[in-house]
Write a protein that binds this ligand. Structure first.
Ligand SMILES: C[S@@+](CC[C@H](N)C(=O)[O-])C[C@H]1O[C@@H](n2cnc3c(N)ncnc32)[C@H](O)[C@@H]1O
Length: 310
């Protein structure tokens, strides 16, 4: 069943106004063992932070360090501190939840995912203070306020390609409205997302291949849409753009997948392996060409929401 933007039609926690749970499972439930072959040990499935990592060291070896730097950057942007209560919207395989509680930068961390395989994996870790839910952000309720929110690589799923500009803005605005409601006054939030940066978006051959065979039901935002949608609820404190960070991460993933070819083909078959090799290379080229970029955005919650400008 489909959920309306005001959430009125919720029947279970996985109904969503963005990418459907079925489309999420198509991609993320291909097999935890397969993803573990080529992601780093934190199982981060989003662009790493490569600042200060010398090209002399192979990126495949430096990837875990670059991913930990990314996790720490987001914990900083969300104001994580001892005793904090954090929410991770789109928590993947739990790398940020793990880092937050293990380093003492949160006492409690809640993660949301629509992938059954990810949910089962995070639960199996048995992390103290971590609560992982198979639940969409638009179904999430919390009895107590959070001190910070992080969302990394999930915003691309918060609207769908068949929405027009007004419907996308309404979906994004509904997300920021919810975040505002979940956070305590003065709290901070961080967001990492891929965004279109070219004149056209998503209608070339790479976009068509990715939409049909890799990420059905997802759509990339533009920076202007994010700012317009968030402005009533949050002041933007930081914007960092780095297409290079994603190109480098994709290059490292490609190289790791190539090295693990035999095992990957055993797990997902030669067609599955080839599809992922094509997808990783095609996306790397998209970032290198400047057709898409990566944003990391820091926000501070406004005490009183402003009247929407658009
Ligand atoms: C590319 S993965 C990123 C995972 C993780 N943040 C990371 O950086 O490794 C996208 C995540 O967003 C989640 N997601 C997508 N739509 C969602 C929704 N409506 N509510 C909650 N999570 C969602 C997926 O289940 C998946 O865990």
């Amino acid at each position: 069943m489909t959920t309306t933007i005001d959430g009125a039609a919720d029947t279970d926690g996985t109904d969503t106004i963005g990418t459907s749970a079925a489309d999420i499972e198509f991609h993320y439930d291909l097999g935890n063992d397969f993803y573990a072959l080529w992601l780093d040990e934190t199982l981060s499935y989003s662009a790493a932070v490569w600042d200060g990592i010398d090209r002399a060291e192979p990126d495949t070896a430096a990837l875990p360090r670059a991913q930990r730097a990314k996790l720490d950057l987001h914990l900083d942007l969300a104001g994580a501190a001892p005793g904090a209560r954090l929410l991770d919207v789109g928590c993947g395989w739990g790398g940020l939840l793990d880092r937050a509680v293990r380093t003492g930068r949160a006492a409690e961390a809640t993660g949301l995912t629509l992938s059954r395989a990810q949910h089962a994996h995070v639960r199996s870790l048995g992390l103290p203070g971590v609560d992982v839910r198979l639940e969409s952000w638009d179904a999430h309720r919390s009895g107590r306020p959070y001190d910070g929110i992080v969302s990394v690589g999930a915003f691309e799923h918060f609207a769908t390609a068949d929405m027009d500009a007004a419907a996308r803005l309404a979906a994004y605005r509904a997300y920021f409205d919810r975040c505002h409601g979940w956070l305590r006054p003065g709290a901070r939030m961080s967001l990492q997302t891929i965004a279109y940066d070219g004149v056209t978006g998503g209608d070339g051959p790479v976009g068509a291949f990715v939409a049909a065979e890799v990420f059905p039901g997802a759509v990339l935002p533009r920076l202007g849409e994010i700012v317009l949608a968030s402005d009533p609820y949050f002041a933007v404190t930081v914007v960092r753009a780095s297409a290079e960070d994603y190109a480098r991460t994709l290059g490292a993933w490609s190289a790791r997948l190539l090295r693990a070819r035999t095992e990957a083909e055993r797990l997902v078959g030669p067609d599955g392996y080839y599809r992922y090799r094509r997808y990783l290379r095609a996306c790397e080229v998209t970032f290198l060409r400047g057709a898409a970029t990566l944003y990391r955005i820091g926000f501070r919650r406004r005490d009183e929401p402003l009247r929407p400008a658009g």
